[in-house]
Design a protein around this ligand. Structure first.
Ligand code: FES
Length: 505
């Protein structure tokens, strides 16, 4: 199916050149999404010379495939956080998320960015009998100083059992915001490179970052690529990749502006966007599943649309998109120095709150690089392992990895021969004991690659809605022809040649 994001369609494409030679800067930032661009501008304000380098186009990785809820609400709830981390730490989380929303508002005002930033309330609501849970969460929000109130229902056009209204959250057009930051970075002599793939990062004095066609030396390096893009095993066992789905539909009956989340599992998340030419657009997200574990992902969009039509008065659906959520073991992102590093920083594990936690990551890493005191540094440190909050999730999220690395290699292919593969379809096939990811394009040509993920050897699986090969181990993704689009892998699937039966040719 044809997928397109509301955010990438409504703003012009960027055209920054690729890095082709050598550069020396104070801070090299790998990844031109919300974290990378915000860090670049904050560091520039402190007098640092920066370069942002993106594998593809800036603001068009995961930051272009968000629903852009700016919020203090947590996916795994404040009452859980208080129980795992204690009330003082939970209060710091709430305050740091507030500071991130305020930072976006301040940058929007400072640079007069026309991105539709506005304060809206958030509503966490239940359609079922989970009223007790919401009362508990409302009480926890009070303890961490979030302005919130328990209501008998959410202001939605269908019946809800109970809701929490959270005041003073935010929403904006993420790409209008990020591209304005990028223009400012360049205007102040910062560098932005696109279509430049990192291949190696070496910590040192200076650090050296190798790219496919050049390199950069820098006093500090920030890896802001949604996931750590080198083979740092330890961090990769603490994060898990999930696909999430969103649609943008023409809204016929207006809805109170706000951010909405239900308590279903997986849950739905909702907001509106006023498009200057198309009018009100309803954005609905949900249907999350672990990356690489579902082939028929078209049904995820179908279910989402069924849900949206059953609950709201909508017309045509011009936008469908999907994004990658990185879940941390204990519910909080990992932000800080990478393990065993002195000058290489990471920021990952935003748990579905990419715009808010991404901004927070940029703020915190700026403080660390400038050696400014930060009351959040210890809380979010990337090297932490919080046993109480992590052990159950560690087992649950990693138990299938050996199966995908070893078991999937031994399993039968999806088909016996390539002539069983239809146009626009990808299938795994066994060739002389090796797993091959074979895709037949619309014209009938076959594209075959090794199905072995270059990150750590998982076997990739077909994703039908997005025509991609997705790895279930740590979430690396590749185009139908094998080109890497999502790390932690940093190289493509290896092309192989597969003989075609005469009938298929
Ligand atoms: Fe780690 Fe594929 S992403 S093995």
């Amino acid at each position: 199916m044809q997928t397109k994001s509301l955010w990438t369609e409504s703003v012009p494409q960027t055209e920054f050149s690729a890095l082709t030679n050598y550069f020396d800067v104070d801070v090299a930032i790998v990844g031109g999404g919300i974290t990378g661009l915000t860090a670049a501008i904050l560091l520039q304000r402190a007098g640092k010379h920066v370069a942002v380098i993106d594998n593809a186009q800036i603001a068009k990785g995961e930051s272009g495939y968000t629903t852009a809820h700016l919020t203090q609400v947590l996916d795994n709830r404040y009452h859980q956080l208080i129980s795992d981390f204690g009330e003082d730490q939970a209060r710091l989380v709430a305050a740091s998320k507030r500071a991130a929303i305020d930072c976006i508002e301040a940058l929007t005002a400072d640079y007069r960015i026309a991105c539709g930033f506005e304060h809206v309330p958030g509503f966490l609501y239940s359609e079922n009998d989970t009223a007790g849970d919401l009362a508990q969460e409302a009480e926890a929000m009070g303890k961490v100083k979030i302005s919130a109130e328990l209501l008998p229902a959410a202001p939605l056009p269908f019946k809800t059992k109970q809701a929490i209204r959270i005041d003073n959250q935010g929403q904006f057009h993420p790409r209008q915001y990020m591209l304005a930051l990028a223009a400012e970075i360049v205007r102040k002599d910062g560098h932005i490179f696109e279509h430049t793939r990192v291949t190696h990062v070496e910590d040192g004095t200076p650090c050296r970052v190798e790219f496919d066609r050049g390199h950069i030396t820098a006093r500090h390096v920030i890896i802001a690529a949604n996931v750590p893009v080198t083979n740092w095993l330890f961090l990769n066992t603490k994060i898990s990749a999930y696909r999430t789905y969103a649609l943008g539909a023409k809204l016929r009956t207006p809805l109170q502006p706000g951010l909405y989340w239900d308590t279903a599992d997986p849950y739905h998340y909702i907001r509106t966007y006023r498009d200057p030419s198309e009018g009100d657009i309803l954005i609905v997200g949900g249907e999350d599943h672990k990356t690489g574990t579902k082939e028929d992902t078209v049904t995820c969009f179908e279910k989402l649309e069924l849900y949206a039509r059953a609950h709201f008065d909508i017309g045509a659906v011009p936008y469908y998109w999907s994004g990658q959520i990185i879940k941390p073991l204990d519910g909080l992102p990992y932000i800080g120095l990478n393990s065993l590093s002195k000058h290489v920083y990471v920021s990952t594990g935003y748990n579905g709150n990419g715009m808010t936690f991404g901004t927070l990551g940029a703020m915190l890493l700026t403080d660390l690089i400038l050696e400014r005191p930060s009351e959040w540094a210890a809380l979010y440190t990337a090297t932490r392992l919080h046993p109480l909050a992590s052990i159950g999730n560690f087992i649950a999220e990693n138990k299938d990895v050996p199966l995908h690395m070893i078991g999937d290699r031994l399993a039968h292919g999806d088909v016996q021969t390539t002539d069983e593969i239809q146009p626009n379809e990808g299938k795994l096939i066994s060739v002389e004991g090796h797993k091959v990811a074979a895709y037949r394009d619309a014209e009938g040509s076959l594209h075959a690659c090794s199905a072995v993920c270059p990150h750590m050897g998982g076997i990739v699986h077909w994703n039908s809605a997005e025509s991609s090969w997705d790895c279930p181990c740590h979430g690396s993704r590749f185009t139908a022809q094998g080109k890497m689009t999502n790390g932690p892998a940093v190289s493509d699937l290896k092309p192989v040649s597969v003989p075609e039966p005469a009938a298929a040719r």
